[in-house]
Write a protein that binds this ligand. Structure first.
Ligand code: SF4
Length: 313
């Protein structure tokens, strides 16, 4: 385990540093939308749409989703190259559940992405109940071809009651099994999980337990997400009915600080807070609009209180 805690003056291990250490330069994720649905949206086994999910299924640029994969990659890559002088990329299969359709379809999309010389690999968003032998074989094939393959698993919570409230349609136990299964079958894969904070009734014990579970699991990174209300979701109805109150920035920041203190030092953190990518679709809270302000707010809190990742381990 890498126990280095020198994160260039930051109080946590940012994924940007992980990429820089691994690839020797800054690498940018190019989000694309190729999957069109997920088990929840199909109502498999009586499943419902997750209460926080809007019609775009977490896509960053849904306006491009009708373009061919190649064009989506080109358009977004060029935009990033102009804006950030980006030179190297990972193609992020982000929206919906990317391993829900046939593996042969995903292979075709990987092949298209791999043709770009400046693409170093892929990041695949999926759910704990949508992994299979065929998918493991596919991922391992590309790893053998020296492409970087990363999986981001939507775990969201280790609390079974919270998962039921979110209508996730899978248990925490299944998430843990899926993480071990992926690691056992794909030892070289980069494995990350997504977690949400700001769930109703969430306690400090829940946050500490989540960090301890992450630290005990064979994962490489974690993405934390402040639950916010988007238009046309079940959560919007709850919010308007007064049965859901979004977390404040102060409380979310405190929870994030707590989580980081119990998180292993070698687990990279994707971002410190999520923002609604389409402001017009955000219902609440207002603070989920401003990326840089939130980042600075959390960093200031951590530094002022002398808190850092893995401090309590
Ligand atoms: S969050 Fe993911 S699994 Fe849940 S409804 Fe949206 S796309 Fe489907």
């Amino acid at each position: 385990m890498n126990t280095n805690k020198n994160w260039n003056g930051r109080p946590y291990f940012p994924i940007s540093q992980f990429y820089k250490d691994k690839f020797g330069e800054k690498v940018y994720k190019v989000p694309i939308s190729v999957a069109e649905t997920c088990p929840n949206r199909e109502g498999l086994k009586g499943m419902k749409v997750c209460n926080f999910c809007d019609v775009w299924g977490s896509a960053a640029f849904p306006e491009f989703r009708d373009l061919e994969v190649k064009n989506q990659i080109e358009v977004t890559k060029n935009r990033m190259a102009r804006r950030f002088k980006a030179k190297k990329f990972l193609v992020y299969f982000q929206a919906y559940t990317n391993t829900f359709s046939k593996t042969s379809r995903l292979k075709k999309q990987f092949d298209i992405a791999a043709q770009f010389e400046d693409v170093l690999g892929f990041v695949v968003g999926t759910r704990p109940d949508c992994i299979s032998r065929a998918v493991f074989d596919l991922w391992n094939d590309y790893i053998q071809k020296k492409l970087f393959v990363s999986v981001e698993l939507g775990v969201q919570s280790f609390n079974e009651k919270q998962l039921l409230w979110m209508d996730r349609g899978h248990t925490a136990e299944l998430s843990i099994k899926a993480i071990h299964k992926i690691r056992d079958n794909c030892p070289e894969i980069d494995l990350g999980i997504h977690l949400m904070f700001g769930l109703p009734g969430e306690t400090d014990e829940d946050i500490i337990l989540a960090a301890k579970k992450c630290s005990a699991l064979p994962i490489n990174n974690v993405k934390i997400h402040n639950l916010h209300v988007l238009k046309n979701t079940t959560l919007e109805k709850d919010y308007l009915a007064g049965s859901f109150t979004p977390i404040t920035r102060e409380e979310y920041t405190r929870q994030t600080g707590l989580f980081l203190q119990y998180l292993r030092p070698d687990i990279a953190v994707h971002r410190l807070a999520a923002v609604a990518s389409r402001h017009e679709e955000l219902v609440a809270p207002e603070w989920a609009k401003s990326k840089l302000d939130n980042y600075q707010f959390i960093i200031d809190y951590l530094k002022n209180n002398k808190l850092y990742q893995s401090q309590m381990i």
